[in-house]
Design a protein around this ligand. Structure first.
Ligand SMILES: Cc1cc2nc3c(=O)[nH]c(=O)nc-3n(C[C@H](O)[C@H](O)[C@H](O)COP(=O)(O)O)c2cc1C
Length: 331
């Protein structure tokens, strides 16, 4: 069940993906997704050198014989020490065949990907950007709604609208992302025309995720109204858990600021400490509105099995709703 162009393209059992998660998308989590039948992406940007990324890929391969992927953000931060080309070279050398790209048009890198036989799942927040990516040769598109963690785009359009628009406007398969966390979301994504879902926040609160237990507890406690969008003023909106750092950043943005002034609050080392060491108040923690739906810290396999089994039940229920007797009752 649920076999389609995406499962065939990536050689996976279910069209369920785990996007790149800065600091957290490491070998154990990505291998757990692979072993449960989905596809996860190690976040290249977590590793400041090619060699460290290579070691993480190898560690992941020791934990699974199923396909794994790597997330490469194509936006090169001025303070970065490693180039996008370095990451692509490393991924190709390690025989990875699936990459999640994000951040800007993948056009300059498509030749490198194609020469290495790498399938590209490009993540974007607007259908016009998705069409450009399709034109330059990506294999599939993840369309990211405003509910999402990470960078949900500048136009505040939700998954409910973006997913059918992307499905209508593209020929390549569409993966819906932003706000998905359970079987209901998965079936909704399929109903909207997507062929799969990609989740980030749901996987933060799983047993295999290396996030600090206090962070997982904070994610479970948070309601859907406890995320905020920061960094709008510098043109790169990011959805984050509301905490003292996010509040400070918003106050600074409201009174007028620039990237240099904001940088001390957005620093990667503070984020790392928040995610991995539980210093929850000091760094920016990215999570999506789907926190409001999350109630437990299951294993990755429980998440994926729960989605697949729950989806089968929902499909059967919907089928009953559409049966002639039910239609007769409704009219
Ligand atoms: C903690 C965290 C870190 C993330 N880091 C990245 C990243 O480094 N690169 C990226 O492309 N997306 C990143 N994302 C976004 C996810 O890959 C995914 O697009 C998003 O979480 C989907 O929305 P959802 O959270 O509603 O499931 C991150 C998300 C979370 C929760």
């Amino acid at each position: 069940m649920f076999q389609n162009r995406l499962t065939e393209m990536f050689g996976i059992r279910y069209p369920i993906f785990k996007g790149g998660l800065q600091h957290l998308s490491r070998a154990e989590l990505v291998a757990a997704v692979a072993n449960a039948g989905g596809l996860g992406f190690i976040t290249a940007g977590t590793f400041p050198t090619k060699e460290e990324l290579r070691q993480e890929i190898r560690k992941c391969k020791d934990l699974t014989n199923k396909p794994i992927g790597v997330n490469i953000t194509l936006f090169r931060h001025p303070r970065a020490t490693v180039t996008v080309e370095d990451y692509i070279e490393c991924v190709a050398e390690e025989g990875i065949t699936a990459v999640e790209t994000a951040g800007r048009s993948p056009e300059p890198y498509m030749k490198m990907f194609k020469d290495a036989d790498i399938k590209v799942l490009h993540k974007t927040t607007a259908v016009r950007f998705a069409k450009t990516a399709e034109r330059v040769g990506v294999d599939a598109i993840t369309i990211l709604g405003f509910e999402a963690a990470g960078h949900p785009g500048r136009e505040d359009v939700t998954s409910l609208i973006l997913t059918p628009l992307a499905a209508d406007g593209l020929s390549v398969p569409v993966v819906a992302a932003g706000g998905f966390g359970d079987a209901r979301g998965f079936v909704a994504a399929l109903a909207l025309g997507a062929e799969g879902v990609l989740m980030g926040t749901r996987f933060v609160a799983t047993q295999e995720c290396p996030a600090h237990p206090d962070l997982k507890a904070a994610v479970l406690k948070a309601q859907e109204i406890e995320t905020v969008v920061i960094e709008r003023s510098v043109g790169n909106p990011m959805r984050a858990l509301r905490n003292p750092t996010a509040d400070t950043v918003m106050e600074m943005e409201a009174r007028g600021t620039d990237e240099d002034e904001l940088y001390p609050f957005l620093r990667g080392d503070l984020g790392r400490k928040a995610y991995l060491e539980g210093e929850l108040d000091k760094g920016i923690i990215s999570v999506g509105e789907v926190v409001g739906l999350m109630r437990d810290v299951p294993t990755v396999k429980q998440v994926i099995d729960g989605i697949v089994e729950g989806a089968q039940g929902i499909v059967e229920r919907l089928h009953t709703l559409g049966a002639p007797a039910a239609r007769g009752n409704a009219s």
